[in-house]
Design a protein around this ligand. Structure first.
Ligand SMILES: [Fe+2]
Length: 246
Protein backbone atom coordinates (compact mmCIF):
# COMPACT_ATOMS: atom_id res chain seq x y z
CA UNK A 1 0.00 0.00 0.00
CA UNK A 2 1.25 3.48 -0.86
CA UNK A 3 0.37 6.49 1.29
CA UNK A 4 0.03 9.67 -0.78
CA UNK A 5 0.58 12.87 1.21
CA UNK A 6 0.64 16.46 0.02
CA UNK A 7 0.84 20.00 1.36
CA UNK A 8 1.96 19.28 4.92
CA UNK A 9 2.82 22.96 5.36
CA UNK A 10 4.80 22.69 8.60
CA UNK A 11 1.76 21.37 10.46
CA UNK A 12 3.29 18.97 12.98
CA UNK A 13 -0.01 18.31 14.76
CA UNK A 14 -1.63 17.07 11.54
CA UNK A 15 1.41 15.06 10.46
CA UNK A 16 1.54 13.29 13.83
CA UNK A 17 -2.07 12.15 13.37
CA UNK A 18 -1.26 10.81 9.90
CA UNK A 19 1.82 8.96 11.17
CA UNK A 20 -0.21 7.39 13.99
CA UNK A 21 -2.65 6.16 11.33
CA UNK A 22 0.23 4.84 9.20
CA UNK A 23 1.79 2.89 12.10
CA UNK A 24 -1.35 0.73 12.33
CA UNK A 25 -1.12 -0.25 8.66
CA UNK A 26 1.46 -1.83 6.39
CA UNK A 27 2.62 1.06 4.27
CA UNK A 28 5.20 0.11 1.65
CA UNK A 29 5.88 3.56 0.25
CA UNK A 30 5.40 7.09 1.49
CA UNK A 31 4.84 9.36 -1.49
CA UNK A 32 4.98 13.14 -0.97
CA UNK A 33 3.72 15.71 -3.45
CA UNK A 34 5.46 18.80 -2.07
CA UNK A 35 4.85 21.86 0.09
CA UNK A 36 6.35 20.27 3.16
CA UNK A 37 6.78 23.73 4.70
CA UNK A 38 5.27 27.22 4.68
CA UNK A 39 2.27 28.58 6.64
CA UNK A 40 2.77 26.48 9.80
CA UNK A 41 4.97 26.85 12.86
CA UNK A 42 6.98 23.60 12.83
CA UNK A 43 9.10 23.42 9.68
CA UNK A 44 12.10 21.68 11.27
CA UNK A 45 10.01 19.16 13.18
CA UNK A 46 7.98 18.30 10.07
CA UNK A 47 11.09 17.96 7.93
CA UNK A 48 12.76 15.78 10.57
CA UNK A 49 9.76 13.43 10.54
CA UNK A 50 9.61 13.37 6.75
CA UNK A 51 13.32 12.60 6.54
CA UNK A 52 12.89 9.75 9.06
CA UNK A 53 10.40 8.17 6.66
CA UNK A 54 13.16 8.12 4.02
CA UNK A 55 10.65 8.61 1.21
CA UNK A 56 12.13 7.80 -2.18
CA UNK A 57 9.28 9.45 -3.94
CA UNK A 58 8.81 13.13 -3.35
CA UNK A 59 8.74 16.30 -5.39
CA UNK A 60 9.12 19.91 -4.34
CA UNK A 61 6.30 22.41 -3.98
CA UNK A 62 6.29 26.16 -4.56
CA UNK A 63 6.57 26.88 -0.82
CA UNK A 64 9.53 24.49 -0.54
CA UNK A 65 11.31 26.39 -3.30
CA UNK A 66 10.66 29.81 -1.76
CA UNK A 67 11.56 28.73 1.78
CA UNK A 68 14.78 27.14 0.50
CA UNK A 69 15.67 30.31 -1.42
CA UNK A 70 15.45 28.52 -4.78
CA UNK A 71 13.08 31.18 -6.14
CA UNK A 72 11.24 34.39 -5.24
CA UNK A 73 7.72 34.55 -3.81
CA UNK A 74 6.32 37.16 -6.18
CA UNK A 75 2.81 35.70 -6.29
CA UNK A 76 2.44 34.92 -2.57
CA UNK A 77 -0.19 36.56 -0.38
CA UNK A 78 1.06 38.70 2.50
CA UNK A 79 0.51 35.93 5.12
CA UNK A 80 2.27 33.37 2.90
CA UNK A 81 5.14 35.80 2.24
CA UNK A 82 5.54 36.42 5.97
CA UNK A 83 5.47 32.72 6.75
CA UNK A 84 8.08 31.99 4.07
CA UNK A 85 10.43 34.65 5.48
CA UNK A 86 9.89 33.29 9.02
CA UNK A 87 10.53 29.73 7.81
CA UNK A 88 13.75 30.72 6.01
CA UNK A 89 14.97 32.39 9.20
CA UNK A 90 14.18 29.35 11.36
CA UNK A 91 15.21 26.42 9.16
CA UNK A 92 18.26 24.47 10.31
CA UNK A 93 20.94 24.46 7.59
CA UNK A 94 20.59 20.70 6.98
CA UNK A 95 16.84 21.05 6.52
CA UNK A 96 17.29 24.04 4.22
CA UNK A 97 19.68 21.93 2.11
CA UNK A 98 17.23 19.02 2.06
CA UNK A 99 14.49 21.36 0.81
CA UNK A 100 16.72 22.98 -1.81
CA UNK A 101 17.62 19.57 -3.21
CA UNK A 102 14.07 18.27 -3.60
CA UNK A 103 13.46 17.29 -7.22
CA UNK A 104 11.18 19.12 -9.61
CA UNK A 105 8.09 17.18 -10.65
CA UNK A 106 6.80 15.31 -12.44
CA UNK A 107 8.46 12.12 -11.27
CA UNK A 108 7.64 8.69 -12.67
CA UNK A 109 7.25 5.96 -10.09
CA UNK A 110 7.80 2.35 -10.89
CA UNK A 111 5.38 0.70 -11.16
CA UNK A 112 2.97 2.77 -12.92
CA UNK A 113 2.19 6.31 -11.90
CA UNK A 114 3.38 9.86 -12.00
CA UNK A 115 3.58 12.43 -9.20
CA UNK A 116 3.57 16.22 -9.50
CA UNK A 117 3.03 19.16 -7.17
CA UNK A 118 0.88 21.37 -9.41
CA UNK A 119 0.48 19.92 -12.88
CA UNK A 120 2.56 17.31 -14.71
CA UNK A 121 3.37 20.02 -17.27
CA UNK A 122 4.07 22.85 -14.82
CA UNK A 123 4.95 22.26 -11.18
CA UNK A 124 3.50 25.66 -10.16
CA UNK A 125 0.19 25.48 -12.08
CA UNK A 126 -3.10 25.01 -10.25
CA UNK A 127 -5.35 22.33 -11.72
CA UNK A 128 -8.63 24.20 -11.32
CA UNK A 129 -9.73 25.23 -14.81
CA UNK A 130 -10.66 23.09 -17.80
CA UNK A 131 -7.88 24.44 -20.03
CA UNK A 132 -5.20 23.68 -17.43
CA UNK A 133 -6.64 20.21 -16.77
CA UNK A 134 -6.70 19.49 -20.52
CA UNK A 135 -3.06 20.54 -20.86
CA UNK A 136 -2.20 18.32 -17.92
CA UNK A 137 -3.81 15.22 -19.45
CA UNK A 138 -2.07 15.94 -22.77
CA UNK A 139 1.24 16.31 -20.97
CA UNK A 140 1.62 12.78 -19.64
CA UNK A 141 1.24 9.32 -21.12
CA UNK A 142 0.12 6.91 -18.43
CA UNK A 143 -3.22 6.25 -16.79
CA UNK A 144 -2.54 7.98 -13.46
CA UNK A 145 -0.94 11.07 -11.98
CA UNK A 146 -1.20 12.25 -8.38
CA UNK A 147 -0.98 15.99 -7.80
CA UNK A 148 -1.45 18.51 -4.98
CA UNK A 149 -1.16 22.31 -4.71
CA UNK A 150 -4.90 23.19 -4.65
CA UNK A 151 -5.43 21.53 -1.23
CA UNK A 152 -8.77 20.10 -2.47
CA UNK A 153 -9.13 16.31 -2.57
CA UNK A 154 -10.77 14.62 -5.52
CA UNK A 155 -10.25 13.12 -8.88
CA UNK A 156 -10.42 14.19 -12.54
CA UNK A 157 -11.41 11.23 -14.71
CA UNK A 158 -10.88 11.40 -18.46
CA UNK A 159 -12.94 8.84 -20.37
CA UNK A 160 -11.12 9.04 -23.70
CA UNK A 161 -13.50 6.81 -25.67
CA UNK A 162 -16.53 8.86 -24.60
CA UNK A 163 -14.62 12.16 -24.74
CA UNK A 164 -15.82 13.03 -21.25
CA UNK A 165 -14.07 14.68 -18.33
CA UNK A 166 -15.61 13.97 -14.93
CA UNK A 167 -14.89 15.35 -11.47
CA UNK A 168 -15.21 12.63 -8.85
CA UNK A 169 -15.68 13.52 -5.21
CA UNK A 170 -13.98 10.82 -3.19
CA UNK A 171 -15.86 9.58 -0.13
CA UNK A 172 -13.62 9.15 2.93
CA UNK A 173 -13.13 5.51 3.85
CA UNK A 174 -14.58 4.16 0.58
CA UNK A 175 -12.48 2.45 -2.05
CA UNK A 176 -12.57 3.91 -5.54
CA UNK A 177 -11.36 1.60 -8.32
CA UNK A 178 -9.73 3.13 -11.38
CA UNK A 179 -11.64 2.18 -14.51
CA UNK A 180 -9.95 0.59 -17.53
CA UNK A 181 -9.98 2.96 -20.49
CA UNK A 182 -9.94 6.04 -18.25
CA UNK A 183 -7.05 8.25 -17.18
CA UNK A 184 -6.85 10.00 -13.85
CA UNK A 185 -5.44 13.08 -12.14
CA UNK A 186 -5.94 12.54 -8.42
CA UNK A 187 -5.47 14.97 -5.56
CA UNK A 188 -5.14 13.64 -1.99
CA UNK A 189 -6.00 17.04 -0.51
CA UNK A 190 -3.79 18.66 2.10
CA UNK A 191 -2.49 17.17 5.31
CA UNK A 192 -1.67 20.50 6.91
CA UNK A 193 -4.09 23.06 5.49
CA UNK A 194 -7.23 21.57 3.88
CA UNK A 195 -9.28 24.07 1.85
CA UNK A 196 -12.51 22.18 1.14
CA UNK A 197 -14.28 23.42 4.29
CA UNK A 198 -13.43 20.20 6.08
CA UNK A 199 -10.65 20.89 8.61
CA UNK A 200 -9.59 17.25 8.95
CA UNK A 201 -6.20 16.21 7.56
CA UNK A 202 -6.66 14.78 4.07
CA UNK A 203 -4.60 12.09 2.32
CA UNK A 204 -4.92 8.92 0.26
CA UNK A 205 -3.91 5.32 0.29
CA UNK A 206 -3.34 3.66 -3.07
CA UNK A 207 -3.22 -0.05 -3.78
CA UNK A 208 -1.21 -0.36 -7.03
CA UNK A 209 -1.98 -4.08 -7.47
CA UNK A 210 -5.76 -3.62 -7.36
CA UNK A 211 -5.73 -0.16 -8.95
CA UNK A 212 -7.86 1.35 -6.23
CA UNK A 213 -7.54 4.28 -3.87
CA UNK A 214 -9.15 5.50 -0.69
CA UNK A 215 -9.43 8.97 0.78
CA UNK A 216 -8.78 9.40 4.49
CA UNK A 217 -9.83 12.32 6.70
CA UNK A 218 -8.42 12.52 10.21
CA UNK A 219 -9.27 14.79 13.10
CA UNK A 220 -6.22 16.35 14.67
CA UNK A 221 -5.46 19.09 17.18
CA UNK A 222 -6.26 22.13 15.02
CA UNK A 223 -6.28 24.34 18.14
CA UNK A 224 -2.74 23.28 19.02
CA UNK A 225 -1.51 23.97 15.48
CA UNK A 226 -3.27 27.37 15.51
CA UNK A 227 -1.81 28.32 18.91
CA UNK A 228 1.68 27.47 17.66
CA UNK A 229 1.16 29.72 14.62
CA UNK A 230 0.08 32.63 16.85
CA UNK A 231 2.94 32.05 19.32
CA UNK A 232 5.42 32.13 16.44
CA UNK A 233 4.08 35.56 15.45
CA UNK A 234 2.80 34.37 12.07
CA UNK A 235 -0.24 36.01 10.46
CA UNK A 236 -3.42 35.19 12.46
CA UNK A 237 -5.38 34.21 9.34
CA UNK A 238 -3.04 31.23 9.03
CA UNK A 239 -4.23 30.09 12.46
CA UNK A 240 -7.93 30.90 11.96
CA UNK A 241 -8.28 29.04 8.68
CA UNK A 242 -7.23 25.67 10.11
CA UNK A 243 -10.42 25.17 12.15
CA UNK A 244 -12.54 26.16 9.15
CA UNK A 245 -10.73 24.13 6.52
CA UNK A 246 -10.32 27.09 4.16
FE1 LIG B 1 0.35 24.09 -0.72
Amino acid sequence: MDLILSDLHSNLHALRAVLRFARRRSIERFVLLGDLVGYGAHPNQVLDKVRELRPRFLVRGNHDKVCAGVCEDGDFSLPAHGAAAWTRAHLRPDNARFLAELPEGPLQLDPGYLIAHGSPVDEDAYLLHIREIGRAFEGFQGPLCFFGHTHVPGCFELDEAAGKLNWITLQPGTWFTLQPGCRYLVNPGSVGQPRDRDPRASFLSFDPARRRLRLHRLDYDTDGAARAILSAGLHPTLADRLAQGI
